[in-house]
Design a binder for this molecule. Structure first.
Ligand code: SAH
Length: 194
């Protein structure tokens, strides 16, 4: 199926599409919720051997799975795995990153009790916004359908909506005819300097 159609059917595909347009070989990027490592690998491939990716997760099993995936693809040397909350991103990642991806909620197939919470997500988003270079992109996949999810997603949407023009452009992609519980994507572009 054409990429454009994939992006309409799956908001995460849309996030990938946008990140692909900004992240270049040699750039640095962050995966704030490594999970099974698919997004970490995606970022590592785009950043290339001269780039670097920082990936965060609070679950050891998630980081192990991410590490195995990176190793299989020969990308492990360009990724730092951080076994701590993404709320600590500002202490761990040097400023000057081109893309930051968040995929909120819980790990599919994992422990549903371990999920992102707004008390950690909001400071992490603030840190992420502070790390981005002009022309850099922050993407957040939001899942309002699980317990606590709606509250988190609304807080995320409010925080991103407060990023000021003209330095930021913030968009939200959600299903206009679907369930209010449907996942949605938000993205914030730090507008490039003229
Ligand atoms: N719901 C998504 C997957 C989310 S995975 C989907 O369907 O694709 C979310 C990951 O975030 C999990 O692996 C979880 O362990 C991790 N996580 C939860 N709280 C976190 C935190 N404070 N910092 C970093 N990672 C966190």
């Amino acid at each position: 199926m054409a990429d454009a159609v994939q992006a309409l059917l799956r908001p995460l595909a849309c996030a990938h599409d946008w990140v692909e347009r900004v992240l270049e070989p040699g750039d640095r990027a962050v995966d704030a919720t490594a999970g099974n490592g698919y997004d970490t690998l995606f970022l590592a491939r785009l950043a290339g051997p001269a780039g670097h990716v920082h990936a965060f997760d609070v679950q050891a099993a998630a980081l192990e799975e991410t590490g195995r995936r990176l190793k299989r693809e020969g990308c492990e040397e360009r990724v730092s795995l951080h076994a701590c909350s993404h709320a600590r991103m500002g202490d761990v990642v040097p400023a000057g990153v081109k893309a930051v991806m968040f995929n909120l909620g819980y790990l599919p197939g994992g422990d549903h009790a371990v999920k992102t919470v707004k008390e950690e997500t909001l400071p992490a988003l603030q840190a992420a916004a502070g790390l981005l270079l002009p022309g850099g992109l922050l993407t957040v996949m939001c899942y309002p359908g699980h317990e606590g999810g709606r509250e988190e997603c609304e807080a995320v949407a409010a925080l991103l909506a407060s990023l000021p023009l003209p330095q930021w452009r913030v968009v939200r992609l959600d299903s206009a005819n679907g369930s209010p519980d449907a996942p949605f994507l938000m993205a914030a572009l730090r507008v490039p300097c003229k």
